[in-house]
Design a protein around this ligand. Structure first.
Ligand code: AMP
Length: 530
C-alpha cells in the first residue's frame, strides 16, 4: 500500500473550495467581485486594484479576439516580471488561448523548437531583456516559425490595456472549460532540454490555494515576485497564492539583493520566493547592509533545489523570518513545511506537508516500495490528474508507472510521522568505487569551510573508481587554493567520503533555462579541461 503521509489540519478551507474546478476567467471574476477596490498589483509607480486588473485583462482579451486569436491557439509567451505579464497571461487564458511559458532567458532557437511542437499563432514578447532589444528574437521567430501570424510587444500591451473602447462583450467567442488545457509549462528537470507540460487551470489554482493555506496568507499580505514570473513555482506560490487570498502582488524587475531588499522595505513585503541561491545572496547582502526596514517579512518560500540548514538558520537570524521549504515540480506534485514547524526539522530538509489529495511513495530500483525511513525514488499520484507532455505520449507513458504514479527521479525517504525528506536526484547519485555518495552531502560539508560560498559536486567518469567526485567551488576569497582547501577539509572532521577528488574554482554556476544549476554543462566543462 502506498504511504499516505499524515497531515496537520489545514488553516482554513480555501484548498477545499479550490477543489471546485474553475477557469482563470471565473477566478478573476470572483476576486474582482470579492474586493473590487483592494490593491492587487504593484509595478513601480503603477498600483492596480482587482477591478482594474479585470478590466485590463478583458481589454486585452478583446484585442486578441479582434486579431483572430482563438481558443486552442498556442502562443509563445516571453515576458519578464512586470504587471503586463499578468494582463497578458490572464488575457490569453480568458479566451482559451494557451501561452507557452518561456523564461526571459530562453533563446530564439529554443522558441523555434517549442514552436515546432505546438504550432503557435502569436508571439508575445517583452521589448527588451538585459539591455538587448527583442527585435533579433522576433526576427528569428518570424523567419523560422511559419505558423506565427502576429507579434505582440509588451509596449503594445500597455497601450491596449488602457484602451477603454475595447470591450470583451463585443466579441463572440467560445469560453474555455475547466478541463481544457490552459497553458504550457516547460519542464526543466536538471537538463537543458525542456519537455512541454500541458496543464489545466485547476492544477495551478489548486496548488495556489494550498500554498495560500500553508502560508496563512490574508488580504494584508504583500508578496514580492523575484524569480521569473513564468516559472510554475512563482505562479503557484507567489502570484496566484496571493490573488487567491486577496493580497497584493509586487513585481520586482531586477533580481539583485539590493533591489529586492529595497522593495521589501518600501512595499512592506510579507513574503517572497527566492530560489536558494538567490536567498543566500540576499542574506549575504543583508549582513553587510541592514538599512532597509524588512520587519514585515513573515516568511520566504524556497524550493527548486535543496534548502540547506544554514539557509533556514540565516533566514531566521539575518532576515528575521521563517523559511517555508517547498518541494514540488512542474509535473504537478506539491508539498511544503508549515510555518510553525520547528527550525530543527526544517533544517533537516524534512517537509511534512504533502498537499491534500496527493499520495507519495518511495520505491527501490525494481519499483518495489521500501520500508519507512529507507532511501528510494519518490513517486506520486495526485487527486488532480497528472498533466501530460504535449503531443508526446511516449514521454508521458515513460514518466508514469503501470499503476499511474509519476516517477519524480528524486531520491528521498518518508518518516513514521509522514515527514518527507528530499535527498537529491536518482541520476545525480555518485558511485565512487562502489560507494554511493549524495552530491548534496558533499556540497553541504564543503560549505562548512569558511572560504567556500557555494559548491556543486558531481561524479565524473574515472577509469579506476568508476566515478570520482569533482567539486565546483565559488570561493569567498581569491586567496583560497585547491591544496589548502583539501587540507582544511581533511582537518574539519567531515566524512572521508565527502572529500572531493578534484576541486575546480568558478565564479558562478551555469544555469539551465529553468534556472536550475546546469550539471551537464559543468561536467562537460570539466571534461574539456582534462
Ligand atoms: P521543476 O520542475 O523545474 O520545478 O524542478 C523540480 C525538481 O526540483 C524536483 O524534481 C527536485 O529535483 C527539485 N526540487 C524542488 N524542490 C526542492 C526542494 N525543496 N528540495 C530539493 N529539491 C527540490
Amino acid at each position: 500500500m502506498p504511504v499516505i503521509p499524515k497531515l496537520k489540519p489545514c488553516n482554513d478551507d480555501r484548498w477545499k473550495t479550490a477543489w471546485k474546478p474553475m477557469t482563470f476567467g471565473e477566478a478573476l471574476d470572483s476576486w474582482a467581485e470579492r474586493a473590487p477596490e483592494k490593491e492587487c498589483l504593484v509595478d513601480g509607480a503603477s498600483r492596480i486594484s482587482y477591478r482594474e486588473m479585470r478590466e485590463r485583462v478583458h481589454r486585452l482579451a478583446a484585442y486578441l479576439l479582434s486579431i483572430g486569436i482563438r481558443k486552442g491557439d498556442a502562443v509563445l509567451y516571453r515576458m519578464g516580471n512586470t504587471e503586463n505579464f499578468i494582463y497578458g497571461f490572464l488575457g490569453l487564458v480568458q479566451i482559451g488561448a494557451c501561452p507557452i511559458m518561456l523564461r526571459p532567458g530562453n533563446r530564439a532557437e529554443e522558441a523555434r523548437e517549442l514552436a515546432e511542437q505546438t504550432s503557435p499563432t502569436l508571439l508575445v514578447t517583452m521589448d527588451r531583456h538585459l539591455g538587448e532589444d527583442a527585435e533579433g528574437f522576433i526576427r528569428h521567430v518570424q523567419d523560422t516559425c511559419p505558423t506565427v501570424r502576429h507579434i505582440l510587444r509588451e509596449s503594445e500591451i500597455e497601450v491596449i490595456c488602457q484602451d477603454r473602447s475595447l470591450k470583451l462583450e463585443d466579441h463572440e467567442h467560445e469560453p474555455p472549460g475547466v478541463d481544457d488545457r490552459s497553458h504550457f509549462l516547460l519542464s526543466g528537470g536538471t537538463t537543458g532540454t525542456p519537455k512541454i507540460v500541458a496543464v489545466q487551470p485547476t492544477v495551478l489554482l489548486y496548488a495556489a490555494a494550498c500554498y495560500a493555506d500553508r502560508g496563512s496568507n490574508t488580504p494584508d499580505d504583500r508578496c514580492l515576485v523575484v524569480i521569473p514570473a513564468s516559472h510554475n513555482f512563482t505562479m503557484c506560490v507567489d502570484i496566484f497564492a496571493t490573488f487567491v487570498s486577496g493580497g497584493t502582488v509586487v513585481m520586482c524587475n531586477e533580481a539583485s539583493p539590493v533591489e529586492i531588499l529595497r522593495l521589501v522595505g518600501e512595499e512592506k513585503i510579507t513574503h517572497l520566493t527566492p530560489v536558494p541561491a538567490l536567498a543566500r545572496l540576499c542574506i549575504e547582502f543583508r549582513r553587510e547592509y541592514d538599512g532597509d526596514d524588512i520587519s514585515h517579512l513573515r516568511y520566504i518560500s524556497e524550493g527548486g533545489a535543496e534548502v540547506t540548514a544554514d539557509l533556514v538558520r540565516d533566514g531566521r537570524e539575518v532576515l528575521g523570518c521563517q523559511t517555508m521549504n517547498c518541494y514540488g515540480m512542474t509535473e504537478g506534485f506539491y508539498g511544503s513545511t508549515y510555518l510553525d514547524d520547528d527550525d530543527e526539522m526544517i533544517c533537516q530538509g524534512l517537509n511534512q506537508g504533502v498537499m491534500p489529495g496527493y499520495v507519495l511513495r518511495v520505491v527501490d530500483t525494481d519499483g518495489n516500495e521500501v520500508p519507512i525511513g529507507e532511501l528510494g525514488e519518490f513517486q506520486f499520484k495526485g487527486a488532480i490528474r497528472f498533466p501530460e507532455y504535449h503531443d508526446n505520449p511516449e514521454a508521458t507513458a515513460e514518466a508514469l508507472t503501470e499503476d499511474g504514479f509519476y516517477r519524480t527521479g528524486d531520491l528521498g525517504f518518508i518518516t513514521e510521522d509522514g515527514y518527507v525528506a528530499v535527498r537529491g536526484r536518482v541520476k545525480d547519485q555518485i558511485n565512487r568505487g562502489g560507494e554511493s555518495v549524495m552530491p548534496e552531502a558533499v556540497e553541504s560539508d564543503m560549505r562548512k569551510h569558511p572560504l567556500v560560498t557555494d559548491c556543486v559536486a558531481l561524479g565524473a567518469p574515472d577509469e579506476t573508481l568508476g566515478q570520482r567526485i569533482v567539486a565546483f567551488v565559488i570561493p569567498s576569497s581569491d586567496a583560497l587554493d585547491r591544496l589548502q582547501l583539501l587540507g582544511d577539509l581533511r582537518n574539519m572532521n567531515i566524512s572521508e567520503h565527502h572529500i572531493p577528488d578534484d576541486v575546480v574554482f568558478v565564479n558562478a554556476f551555469p544555469q539551465t533555462p529553468s534556472q536550475k544549476i546546469d550539471r551537464k554543462a559543468l561536467l562537460s566543462s570539466f571534461q574539456e579541461r582534462q
